[in-house]
Design a protein around this ligand. Structure first.
Ligand code: OGA
Ligand code: MN
Length: 300
């Protein structure tokens, strides 16, 4: 058996046919999937009947999984992040509630776990319940954005390191002063996420492709004033998410989309909260050796 990959965007994102991710498929198939993942950065698998155990089992074949940063949302397992507007009592989160605002962070362009010392390699999001309209997820190809970035900025980010901070990105959600991340996460959970530094360019270990690495958790740039760094990060985020770099995925129940957090950014689009939207995510951990900062053994 051999898989078919259909590119959905000129630069990235391919749909994969004919594989049941819940089955114990052979390593030959896994290699095909991983090669395609290296090439297309985002893969869509339709019609997957997954439960948490089979989603975890498939994701673990790619690499060790991250654990959740909080226990608040009543996830069934530490390896499953519920990206859901339905709370543990099966009720839709109220607009303006802390949980709803926390979730809304996903609507700002980002790359998962960039606030961790070792950020995520990949994420796999499984659609369990989807709204009939809205709630799409957009992806931006940061490799294509890097390739088309002007020479001056490319040189600048080549030698630059950004500070990524969960506290910073959460505070951005607190613009009217009502939201408190401490209502969602414990002091211990928050203290486990101090600011970290990452290079502003990521290099794919197999394809050698380079990508801009920024997103909403990037707060500022080492060696520049906060304002200057923040302005440049905003500019890079805006440049990289121009329509020509973006693919919008319209979800169907049974879709599993897997993306490379080193090479793409993503965001969730709004939807009417009369609808339920339940997505389960597994997150493949990155490799420490990708981050020279970690090798030097300190966290800023
Ligand atoms: C995520 C995420 C966006 C969405 O799962 O990491 O950002 O559309 N999701 O749910
Ligand atoms: Mn995300």
């Amino acid at each position: 058996m051999s898989l078919t990959f259909t590119r959905m965007h000129p630069f990235f994102f391919a749909a994969v046919s004919d594989v049941d991710l819940a089955s114990p498929f052979g390593n030959d198939i896994l290699v095909e999937i991983l090669n395609a993942f290296a090439e297309h950065s985002v893969l869509l698998f339709r019609n997957q009947i997954l439960v948490d155990d089979s989603q975890i089992a498939f994701s673990e074949r790619i690499g060790p999984l991250e654990k959740n940063i909080t226990v608040t949302f009543g996830n069934s397992r530490p390896e499953i992040s519920k990206i859901s507007n339905v709370d543990i009592n099966r009720e839709v989160l109220k607009k303006g509630s802390d949980g709803e605002i926390f979730l809304k962070g996903n609507s700002v362009w980002h790359t998962d776990s960039s606030f961790k010392v070792v950020p995520a390699l990949g994420s796999a999001l499984s659609a369990r319940e989807v709204p009939p309209v809205g709630g799409e997820t957009e992806f931006a190809d940061m490799r294509a954005a890097y390739d088309l970035l002007n020479e001056k900025k490319r040189k600048f980010i080549q030698n630059s390191t950004a500070v990524h901070s969960f506290a910073y990105s959460q505070n951005q959600m607190n613009l009217d002063g009502r939201y408190k991340v401490t209502a969602v996460m414990s002091d211990e959970e928050l203290e486990a996420l101090p600011p970290v530094q990452h290079p502003m360019i990521r290099v794919h270990p197999e394809s050698g492709r380079k990508a801009i690495y920024a997103g909403r958790h990037a707060s500022h740039i080492v060696g520049r004033s906060i304002e200057e760094g923040r302005a440049l990060i905003r500019e890079l985020n805006e440049f990289s998410t121009q329509p020509k770099f973006v693919y919008r995925h319209k979800w169907q129940v049974g879709d599993l989309v897997m993306w490379d957090n080193r090479m793409v950014m993503h965001r969730g689009l709004p939807y009417d909260p009369i609808y339920r939207r339940v997505m389960h995510r597994t997150t493949v951990a990155g490799h420490a050796e990708n981050n020279p900062w970690v090798i030097r053994g300190k966290v800023a």
